[in-house]
Design a protein around this ligand. Structure first.
Ligand code: EPU
Length: 418
């Protein structure tokens, strides 16, 4: 895939866009298939590079993976517990879900520390605390390779100091075959966790409470295959909603779960954006004067950290000074520097940034420093006068299916550099 996205800005968008399956659910569902002993078929799998990378990791474990249109057919019946120490593992952060999944399945996993987007420090102490509480021993060598093993995994109560999405998912998977009952207290409540619990239960697991702050897992002895359709991506939906609010006369976004977007919708209402909600769609009518607002990111159901950079780009068009407080990743403001290169007026005092509107953005060369920074730059590029060139576009392809094609269908002048 090409490395640059080029946008000629200033054109009004219009039309309809369908939201794909959720990236952050998919990246947990794929590793979870190693817990099954027969075929798992997952529908509405987004065509993004993170899915490719996780499928490659599965193949290196001798798991068969076939993609047919929007579904992945995964046959883990001949799986081998091979050490995951190659470069393909460190390429993306979600590879760490193989920690919990392989520990659960084989009671042993050897895996290199994952990479992923740089959003400031991203420790995994809570994941490890959970594995240890279940009876595992954790060793880390000088090359960043973890060896986690247990003679027996025993159900227990695990309290998370913070409702971490990753730790909740990893501990859930590690506990699936543990003896007895595991209770994760102060668990994360994100919809992607509920989706994973639904798939695991279809496979024969006994997981209750997903979506609340207490998840209860009663250990079972084996899991079978299943069919599962992924929930729509609330962050991709949020991205197109904000794009519509910023640049569209009228745009309909379909295949959404409105309930998952309440944090965003309420903030856009404050900003004076006109919206019509359907059962599984939302229509945005643009062109109103945008008001400055205050946002504070929080764990779900609060305002999602993954959407704050998008609002950052949008609020350059608001009247007055907006403020964003980032409580999940206090350093997630690299996008502001890039937006300022385009003529925005944003001052960062981590964990807060102040956005002074209204700015006429101007096209220039900018860099996607991470996935959601890339999405914010696309919004800015669509708003800007002239041509914007976004380098390191591979970050964007990690999480947005066919973004260039989807935007072209909405009348955007956008292309990938060949
Ligand atoms: N944290 C710890 N210790 C841990 C785990 C987390 O201190 O052991 C801290 C983190 O440093 C961070 C906070 O807890 O400050 C939240 O981390 P969390 O574990 O909840 O996030 P994550 O699992 O690493 C997922 C998504 C992110 C999303 C966050 C928050 C996936 C693959 N990633 O990350 O998505 O921002 O939850 O909702 O699901 C993205 O899609 O762009 C993205 C970065």
């Amino acid at each position: 895939m090409s490395e640059k996205i080029i946008i000629e800005g200033g054109y009004e968008l219009e039309g309809e866009v369908r939201i794909s399956g959720a990236k952050n659910a998919t990246v947990a569902l794929i590793p979870a298939t190693v817990l099954a002993s027969s075929v798992v078929t997952i529908y509405d799998v987004p065509d993004i590079s993170d899915v490719e990378a996780l499928s490659d990791i599965l193949r290196s474990l001798n798991v068969e993976v076939n993609r047919q249109k929007d579904h992945l057919i995964i046959d883990p019946s001949k799986i081998k517990n091979i050490d995951l120490v190659q470069d393909n593992v460190t390429k993306l952060r979600a590879s760490y879900y193989f920690m919990g999944a392989l520990l659960g399945r084989f009671k042993k996993v050897k895996i290199k520390m994952p990479g992923g987007c740089f959003l400031g420090p991203r420790p995994i102490d809570l994941h490890l605390k959970g594995f240890k509480a279940l009876g595992a021993e954790v060793k880390l060598d000088d090359d960043g390779i973890y060896e986690i093993s247990a003679n027996e995994l025993l159900g227990t109560n695990i309290y998370l100091d913070f409702p971490s999405v990753g730790a909740t998912i990893n501990i859930m998977m590690a506990a699936i075959f543990a003896n007895g009952r595991t209770v994760i207290e102060n668990s994360a409540k994100e919809p992607e966790i509920v989706d994973l619990a639904i798939m695991l239960n279809k496979m024969g697991a006994k997981v209750r409470g997903a979506g609340t702050d207490e998840i209860i897992i009663d250990g079972v002895s084996s899991l079978g295959g299943c069919f599962h359709e992924i929930i729509p991506d609330r962050i991709e939906a949020g991205t197109y909603i904000v794009i519509a609010a910023a640049c569209a006369k009228k745009m309909k976004i379909t295949n959404i779960i409105p309930h998952h977007l309440e944090g965003l919708i309420s903030k856009l209402e404050d900003a004076n954006v006109a919206m019509e909600l359907g059962d599984d769609s939302i229509t945005i009518v643009g062109n109103k004067e945008i008001k400055a607002i205050k946002i504070k990111t929080q764990p779900y159901p609060g305002f999602a950290t993954d959407l704050q950079s998008l609002l950052g780009a949008f609020l350059t068009q608001a009247k007055g000074v907006s403020m964003i407080e980032e409580t999940i990743y206090p350093e997630r403001f690299k996008y502001c520097e890039e937006l300022n290169k385009m003529g925005a007026n944003i001052k960062v005092k981590s964990p807060v940034c102040f956005i002074e509107g209204v700015s006429q953005l101007k096209g220039t060369e900018v860099s996607a420093t991470d996935l959601r920074c890339g999405a914010a730059l696309i919004i800015a590029g669509l708003l800007a006068k002239g041509t914007t060139t976004i380098s390191n576009a591979y970050h964007i392809y990690r999480g947005y299916e066919n973004i260039v094609e989807k935007l072209r269908n909405l009348n955007a002048r956008i292309w990938e550099e060949k």
